[in-house]
Design a protein around this ligand. Structure first.
Ligand code: SR1
Ligand code: MG
Length: 423
């Protein structure tokens, strides 16, 4: 394949262009004339093909030089594929078995060929369908603890960590998307914003006039842009997770960047809370999704508790980086000092995580990139009722994050909001 001029793949050209690729042929069979190809990309940015041959299937993902959701008027560099490749490599090393295996990477063509996950489905889809997946909270809690701890100065050799910060700092355009779409656009009348109209108009106006919220969103943006603590996935919502009853896998880290440990956890929690508030819009009869709602709140508890316990375990057993070094703590005569330091670090992660969750909820309802949990609720009145409860939780989390001390407190707020009767 010509490795210089970028050319978008099509169902027709893919077998010609990748038919000679040894890694793909090994996985799915030599005879590319027998390959069947389906383009299944339903995300906002890329082309995604399932390629099936005589002996199996692979995923071929290709970045496009623009934002697919918006079109060619919004150019986006192909190098996001490079960052996705490098993030997948690091995640695979830090939590083995949790991301798809990479078979092949072509930087110039922005193509990653990877393991086809089957019979996995996108977690967001499963939650919309009301499926209770027992492993998800624990698997995701372990994944975030391991990748975020092991990508930070708590664990890495400082030279390697600084080199990685430099490498990923070039993922400018994808960070720019988050900086604008998540932290700023929702809080003013940005041209690409949209929301369920006119039902949400009064609440949206209230949020956009909320000085405390605006300040908090910018404080969180400040953390996002300046706190280069660890390699974050960068877009860890329930659409970036694939599941079966028995397995959880994480995909799509093209937004990877060095940022706060709290960021990925906040995004995940936000998406479970949004799923919770969307359930009414999907239930056949009132109360039919009660068990699903309890499952979602339980999953957030498990996610956070697993993250906390695993992070603490890694703190005690793998802390070999420049931060809180053992020579200052364990090897001195005060064994409680390292535990006190851990409590401080965890406390910061907790309060930041709540803030990121709050603004992630807002941007999915009043910004550009919405999520299917709400968007698939066809009755706009019902959708708006679900969305307004989520928006209120988002505001509470973002503005009051320093005063919230437990998931139990949040559960009370969530359940109170859910019971609110809205016109
Ligand atoms: C223009 S891209 C919009 C969103 O899609 C991605 O999945 C990210 O969440 C981004 O914010
Ligand atoms: Mg994605």
């Amino acid at each position: 394949m010509d490795s210089h001029a970028f050319e978008a793949l099509t169902v027709e050209t893919l077998p010609v262009r990748l038919g000679g690729n040894a890694a793909i042929k090994r996985r799915i069979g030599d005879n590319s004339s027998l390959w069947s190809i389906k383009e299944v990309g339903d995300g906002n940015l890329n082309l995604v093909f399932i390629v099936t041959g005589e002996t199996g299937s692979v995923i071929v993902k290709q970045a496009l030089p623009y934002v697919r959701l918006v079109g060619e008027s919004w150019p986006l560099p192909l190098k996001r594929s490079f960052f996705e490749y490098h993030a997948l490599k690091r995640q695979a090393a830090r939590d083995p078995g949790m991301v798809p295996e990479i078979l092949f990477f072509d930087e110039a063509q922005a193509i990653i060929a990877m393991e086809f996950l089957t019979p996995h489905v996108i977690l967001r889809r499963a939650l919309i369908d009301g499926r209770e997946l027992p492993r998800v909270g624990r698997d995701l809690g372990l994944f975030v603890a391991r990748t975020l701890f092991r990508g930070s100065d708590l664990s890495m050799d400082t030279r390697a960590k600084k080199a990685d910060v430099a490498l990923f700092s070039d993922n400018v355009e994808l960070c720019d998307i988050t900086e604008n779409l998540v932290f700023s656009d929702p809080y003013f009348e940005a041209p690409l914003n949209r929301h369920t109209t006119p039902q949400l108009d009064p609440l949206v106006a209230e949020l956009r006039a909320d000085r405390d919220l605006k300040v908090e969103a910018q404080r969180l943006k400040h953390l996002f842009s300046a706190k280069a603590e660890t390699l974050c996935h960068g877009d860890l919502h329930t659409g970036s997770v694939m599941v079966t009853e028995a397995e959880t896998r994480i995909i799509d880290p093209e937004f990877a960047f060095y940022g706060p440990i709290s960021f990925d956890i906040g995004m995940l929690a936000a998406n479970f809370w949004m799923s919770y508030f969307s359930q009414t819009g999907h239930e056949a009869t009132p109360g039919a999704r009660d068990s699903m709602r309890a499952y979602l709140l339980g999953t957030i508890d498990t996610l956070w508790e697993t993250f906390r316990a695993e992070f603490a375990h890694l703190w005690r057993t793998e802390r070999k980086g420049i931060l809180y070094q053992a020579s200052l703590f364990e090897s001195r005569s005060d064994p409680l000092a390292a535990e006190q330091a851990l409590a401080c670090v965890m406390n910061d992660i907790w309060h930041e995580m709540l803030g990121f969750a709050g603004i992630e909820i807002h941007r999915r309802i009043i910004g550009l990139a919405h999520n299917a949990d709400f968007e698939t609720i066809t009755d706009p009145d019902s959708r708006a009722r679900c969305e307004s409860k989520a928006l209120k939780l988002g505001r509470h989390l973002a503005v009051n994050r320093q005063r919230i001390h437990s998931l139990r407190d949040i559960r009370e707020t969530v359940e109170r909001l859910e019971k609110e009767i809205l016109a």
